[in-house]
Every structure is written in structure tokens, then in C-alpha cells.
Design a protein around this ligand. Structure first.
Ligand SMILES: Cc1cc2nc3c(=O)[nH]c(=O)nc-3n(C[C@H](O)[C@H](O)[C@H](O)COP(=O)(O)O)c2cc1C
Ligand code: SF4
Length: 504
């Protein structure tokens, strides 16, 4: 037999064998499917029903490329993500032909350009703001756009490294999130906000209580500029942080002072904070030990407690006030949270930011307590809106994740992040090169700040901090837009109201 005939016979044999094996597998699947009782689809449509699960899984990835329109996806649509990607890559952020943003729906934010916009020569650098004027070490910064809390644990080592280097270059601060302080946070040289979560990771004693000694050690780092007590987070109000055991490596456990390999679940509130008085006590304790500005982060739901807090501040004196409050949005991001909380609990920042700004205004505390806003404020327009409403600073987590290359694969809780941001698998982390991504973090922050300034100039003010409520309008139910200052008139203390220090 000549060799080509021999090859043909072998290939035919292999083909028939493969076909036989394939047929056998299908028969086994068929029998398994019709006999099992757990999945109705597989029982009614044996073998074929299995494709449903495959397509459902693949749909997560392919929808965004082939089917979803530019403004359609959640949590972030393609237009929002693309802007962040282009800004991070240093590419042209201009668009052609016309806006793909529908300007008609209720709630659409529009800015009020003026007849005589600010000339480039008259543009000014953002003003600097002091946080914690009564502290031993007040913090002064002109950076109005900064990196929100993401714990080392929820995000990877190279992600922390890239953020810390990029934030330094952009002049931003970086919040540690609730996972404690690592050398990777410090190595870039950026200003750090240390977050104290409900489990006090990184500053807890052997029994899980706040340790004054460990607080002092953290505060001794010059780079650590402020302390933030996390009361709640937008994505999961009333639930503590959740870090699955597979993400609790030896290193992460050592930084947090916990056991490696076990789920790291923090309590759903600070056990020692059960009232306005407890809250001011704890803030005062952290501030007096560290000497640095101390505030808290929360998502607003019920809000009567804010008035109570402000009244107590005046009873104790304005020094006792939180130096800042971070308002997180109900639609904020997370590494992992129950869907019932992500989808249903808490107010979006569009509603809560004016509410908190007005409460502080009513109690004459707006200048004392700095306001930080977060929650899908990833593009210049949203940041400018927050500045108009009264935020002193805006922070973002997912905007900076996009700058690191996040493709919104929505697997942050599974240690399988394809871009290396939220995984501790070294093979997946290989793709995230901190030196390269730090540049992207820097360029993203720089471009956001630059374009907020562009909006400010169009409105006729020389710098972003000049933006006020009357520069912004919101489309109402009847399709007509209303100025923000009409929707939320600026609040001041009423005449005769007794404020701290006897001021009336
Ligand atoms: C992966 C990840 C981890 C986070 N970890 C924390 C955390 O440790 N502490 C915290 O207060 N918020 C945490 N957050 C919430 C963010 O700080 C932020 O408040 C929220 O995502 C809203 O901002 P964004 O819309 O710009 O992402 C995390 C968010 C993400 C996406
Ligand atoms: S790429 Fe996916 S898994 Fe990774 S951070 Fe982004 S959303 Fe999370």
C-alpha cells in the first residue's frame, strides 16, 4: 500500500473513532439529562438544553461587543467606559458629528454656558482646600478628583502599585479601602487616606478592637494624611466587607491581622458606634491619637440622624465635628455584595448629595465639614455636577479601574478577573504591568480634571471650584430643565438659630 493511501486509511479510522466517541458522549449526556430531576430545561430538551448555560455565560462577554448600544449597558455603558479608556491612553477624547447622549429624559444634567466664557488666559488653577483645621496636622490639597477606597485584597498588588504611582504623578490622594495599609500603597508616594472599616483591619488588636498603638504606627507615616471611618458603603449598606477565602492570601492576612484562607467578613457596623454621641467619640479618639483629619463614609438612606449629629456638634463645639463626610451612592461599586442590597438599599448620590450639603448648610457647618462625593462620578460631566451641588472633592473607584484596563467582566468576586485587577492569581496578574498602568491612571485623572475645568470655563468661571448650583440644570418630568438652585435652594442657618461658640 503506498503511503498516501495508508495516511488516508488512518485518518478515516480516526474520524470514525472520534465520531463514535462523540456519539457515545451525546448518548451518555442524553441519559443523564432525562434521568436527572434538578434542571427542567435539560430534562425536557436533553443535550441541547445544555447550550443554554454556555450561551448565558458567554453572553456576559459578547453582549458588550456585539449587541449593546453605546448608551445601553449597566453599570457603565460603552460611551462612559470608552471615554475613560481614551483618557487613560492619552488618546483624543473629542467625538464627531453629534452627541449620542439623549438630552430629553427626566434627570438629565445640563450645564449653563455663559455668553462670555472664560478665556484661556483667565483660567485659574483649582483652589486649595484645608481639611481638619483643628487637627495637629490639617490636610491641604487642590486635588478635587481622587482615588476612592478599594482594599488590597479586593484588588491585586499590581493594581495597588499602579494606583499609588499614578495618583502621585497626578497629585491625587489614594484611599486604602478597609483592607489596611501595605507597602504597595506607600511605594508610589501618593497622599494616603487610611480607611478604618468595621473589622478595623490593619489597626485591630488580637480581639478585633481598635488598637491605639497600631493607629499611631499608621499615622506615623507622613504620607497618611487623613483617616476615614467607614460606616457604610453604597453597594452594601448594613453589610460589612466580604473577601472570599481564596482571596485571603498569607500576605493579605498579615496586613489585615487575620487568618489566611478563610472568608474575611467584617461586622455590619462598628459595634461601638450606636448613636451620634458614639460616632463623635470615635472620630474624636482617632483624631486625637493620629493628629490628622478624621471623617466618615456612608451611604444615605434615612437622614434624620444627620440633623441630630449636627445639633450635637454644636453642643460639643465645632472642633468635635467630622472633618469630612464621604457620601457614597447606592449604585456604588464593590468587590462582592448581595444583590438585594446592591439593587434596592440606599439613595443614589444624585439625591443624597444635595440633601447632605443642605443639612450642613442649615446647621452652618458647610465650611467646617468637607464633603466628598462618590458613585458613578467617573466622567467630567458627573464630577462637575457634584462640584455644582456642593462637593469639595469627588472620588472614584471604578473610573480608576477602567484606567487600569477593567473591561467590566463583572467577576471581581471570583478571583478570575481577566485584567489582573481583582485577582490574586499570578498568571492573570501578569497582564497588569504597574509601570505602564500607572501612566494610564495619571492620564485619566489629569484628563478628568482638565475637562471639568473646560465645563467651568464654558460656564464663565475660572476654575472648577467656582461652579455653583445655578450653573447646572436638571430636566424635569415635563421635559423642561430647572436650575439646580431652584430645585435645591441653598440652605443657611435660620436667624436666631444658636450655633456652636454662641454664634447666632
Ligand atoms: C473592587 C472594589 C473594592 C472596593 N472596596 C471598598 C472598600 O474597601 N471600602 C470602601 O469604603 N469602599 C470600597 N469600594 C467602593 C468604592 O470606594 C466607591 O465608594 C464606590 O465604588 C463608588 O464609586 P465608583 O462609582 O467610582 O466606583 C470598593 C469598590 C470596588 C469596585
Ligand atoms: S475586568 Fe471584570 S473582574 Fe476585573 S475588575 Fe473589571 S469588572 Fe472586575
Amino acid at each position: 500500500m503506498d503511503t498516501s493511501l495508508q495516511l488516508l486509511t488512518t485518518l478515516t479510522g480516526m474520524f470514525v473513532f472520534a465520531l463514535g466517541v462523540g456519539l457515545l458522549v451525546v448518548i451518555v449526556m442524553y441519559v443523564v439529562d432525562v434521568r436527572q430531576t434538578q434542571h427542567a430545561v435539560r430534562r425536557n430538551f436533553p443535550v441541547i438544553g445544555r447550550f443554554r448555560y454556555l450561551f448565558e455565560h458567554l453572553g456576559e462577554f459578547f453582549r458588550q461587543y456585539f449587541f449593546a448600544l453605546d448608551r445601553e449597558e449597566m453599570p457603565f455603558n460603552r460611551a462612559e467606559r470608552s471615554w475613560a479608556y481614551r483618557a487613560a491612553k492619552g488618546e483624543d477624547t473629542t467625538v464627531a458629528f453629534g452627541s449620542s447622549r439623549d438630552l430629553r429624559p427626566t434627570g438629565t444634567v445640563l450645564f449653563v454656558n455663559c455668553a462670555y466664557p472664560t478665556m484661556e488666559r483667565d483660567a485659574a488653577a483649582p483652589g486649595s482646600v484645608t481639611v481638619g483645621p483643628y487637627c495637629d496636622h490639617p490636610y491641604q490639597t487642590d486635588s478635587f478628583f481622587n482615588v476612592s477606597g478599594m482594599s488590597f485584597g479586593a484588588i491585586s498588588k499590581p493594581a495597588v502599585q499602579a494606583l499609588s504611582r499614578g495618583a502621585k504623578k497626578a497629585g491625587c490622594w489614594m484611599n486604602t479601602g478597609e483592607g489596611g495599609l501595605s507597602s504597595y500603597h506607600l511605594e508610589g508616594g501618593a497622599d494616603i487616606v487610611f480607611q478604618i472599616g468595621t473589622a478595623k483591619y490593619g489597626v485591630r488588636d488580637a480581639d478585633g478592637y481598635l488598637s491605639d498603638e497600631r493607629l499611631r504606627e499608621v499615622a506615623a507615616h507622613q504620607q497618611v494624611k487623613m483617616f476615614e471611618l467607614k460606616l457604610s458603603q453604597g453597594a452594601k449598606p448594613g453589610k460589612g466587607g466580604i473577601l472570599p477565602g481564596e482571596k485571603v492570601t498569607e500576605e493579605i492576612a498579615a496586613i489585615r491581622f487575620i487568618e489566611p484562607g478563610h472568608d474575611s467578613i467584617s461586622p455590619n457596623r462598628h459595634p461601638e458606634v450606636n448613636s451620634a454621641a458614639d460616632l463623635l467619640d470615635l472620630l474624636g479618639r482617632v483624631r486625637s491619637i493620629t493628629g490628622k483629619p478624621t471623617g466618615f463614609k456612608c451611604v444615605i438612606g434615612a437622614y434624620g440622624w444627620l440633623d441630630e449629629l449636627c445639633e450635637l456638634i454644636h453642643q460639643r463645639g465645632v472642633e468635635s465635628a467630622p472633618d469630612f463626610i464621604t457620601i457614597d451612592s447606592a449604585d456604588g461599586g464593590t468587590g462582592a455584595a448581595p444583590m438585594s442590597l446592591i439593587d434596592y438599599v440606599g439613595l443614589p448620590v444624585k439625591e443624597s448629595l444635595p440633601l447632605v450639603a443642605d443639612t450642613l448648610g442649615r446647621h452652618g457647618l458647610k465650611d467646617r465639614v468637607r464633603l466628598i462625593a462618590s458613585g458613578k462620578l467617573t466622567n467630567p460631566g458627573e464630577v462637575a455636577w457634584a462640584m455644582c451641588v456642593g462637593a469639595d472633592f469627588v472620588v472614584s473607584a471604578r473610573g480608576f479601574m477602567f484606567s487600569l484596563g477593567c473591561i467590566q467582566a463583572l467577576q471581581c468576586n471570583r478571583n478570575t478577573c481577566p485584567t489582573g485587577i481583582t485577582t490574586h492569581d499570578p498568571d492573570l496578574q501578569k497582564g497588569l504591568v504597574p509601570e505602564d498602568k500607572a501612566e494610564r491612571v495619571y492620564r485619566y485623572a489629569k484628563t478628568v480634571k482638565k475637562e471639568v475645568a473646560v465645563i467651568a470655563h464654558s460656564c464663565g468661571v475660572s476654575e472648577p471650584r467656582g461652579l455653583k448650583r445655578f450653573h447646572c440644570r436638571v430636566v424635569g418630568n415635563d421635559g423642561r430643565s430647572v436650575p439646580l438652585d431652584e430645585l435645591y435652594p441653598e440652605q443657611r442657618p435660620s436667624p436666631g438659630q444658636v450655633l456652636s461658640g454662641g454664634v447666632e
